[in-house]
Ligand binder design. Structure first.
Ligand code: GDP
Ligand code: MG
Length: 284
């Protein structure tokens, strides 16, 4: 009887152990499946994120390339060396005037759109270029910004000789600089090219409350001498682009005979030689 009970107990224990083992195996398998699923899901999620990120990067790169291409396409109409944009002319322009009237500041404003309250004084001369577009004509200015001091005066003819345009600058708050501007105009009329386009700039217009040169006085003088005239401010940018634009409009762009002391016309640039020092051919 006891033996029978023991056997049955043993069998029960074996049965329970067997099922417990099965349960454990099932549990382990189940956990493995969960882990695997989670792993797969994770991989899928990471993959999606990576792909989404890559797509975004590629799209933004493509957008950037498109933007650059579009900019180049729009810019092409204004480039000086395109074949389809009409005339391309290059003119030598010189700035003259007493020192500290704002010659360098005007050039800096026109070329770089900047103004420095403490502009360094020019030694000898400085050279910059700027291009502007007039309808079907691209005008490239080769700008010679001279030093105003008397000790550099002997160098001036080097810069205005062969120049097609000049801006004579005075400071509206200083009467002496207006007198000096008149002397420069006389010198240009005597010694520069007879066809030179001269503009008179009454600079520092933003300081009109300290004005010593009346607008009407300068306008009358300019009219009498056939000069373009504008009051400008390198500080506020007033009339800076306008004075260069007015000169560009007045410069002859048709083929003519060369004037004394240099060609009366700008140089036509061949394709690709925007900065080339070609002989004085005319615009066409
Ligand atoms: N308020 C004012 N100051 C100016 C203007 N243009 C130039 N200046 C200042 O005048 C000083 C002389 O300018 P600069 O360009 O060196 O004169 P430059 O010797 O004729 O070349 C600098 O301190 C400039 O900041 C202007 O339009 N308004
Ligand atoms: Mg200067």
């Amino acid at each position: 009887m006891l033996a029978a009970v023991l056997t049955s107990f043993r069998q029960s224990v074996i049965f329970v152990c067997y099922h417990f083992r099965l349960l454990c195996i099932k549990l382990v398998l189940h956990r493995k499946t969960i882990y695997e699923k989670a792993f797969l899901c994770g991989r899928k999620a990471i993959g999606t994120l990576v792909i989404r990120d890559l797509t975004r990067k590629i799209t933004s790169k493509l957008f950037l390339v498109n933007k650059i291409m579009a900019t180049n396409r729009t810019g092409a109409a204004q480039r000086p060396n395109g074949a389809t944009q009409g005339k391309i002319c290059q003119f030598k322009l010189v700035l003259l005037g007493e020192s500290a009237v704002g010659k360098s500041s005007l050039v800096l404003r026109f070329v770089k759109g900047q103004f420095h309250e403490y502009q360094e004084s020019t030694i000898g001369a400085a050279f910059l270029t700027q291009t502007i577009c007039l309808d079907d004509t691209t005008v490239k200015f080769e700008i010679w910004d001279t030093a105003g001091q008397e000790r550099y005066h002997s160098l001036a003819p080097m810069y205005y000789r062969g120049a097609q345009a000049a801006i004579v600058v005075y400071d509206i708050t200083n009467q002496d600089t207006f007198g000096r501007a008149k002397t420069w105009v006389k010198e240009l009329q005597r010694q520069a090219s007879p066809t030179i386009v001269i503009a008179l700039a009454g600079n520092k217009q933003d300081l009109a409350n300290k004005r010593m040169v009346e607008y009407e006085e300068a306008q009358t003088y300019a009219d009498e001498n056939g000069l373009l005239f504008m009051e400008t401010s390198a500080k506020t940018a007033m009339n800076v682009n306008d004075i260069f634009l007015a000169i560009a409009k007045k410069l002859p762009k048709n083929e003519q005979t060369s004037g004394q002391g240099g060609s009366a016309q700008g140089r036509r640039l061949a394709e690709g030689d925007a900065g080339a020092k070609a002989p004085g051919n005319c615009c066409k």
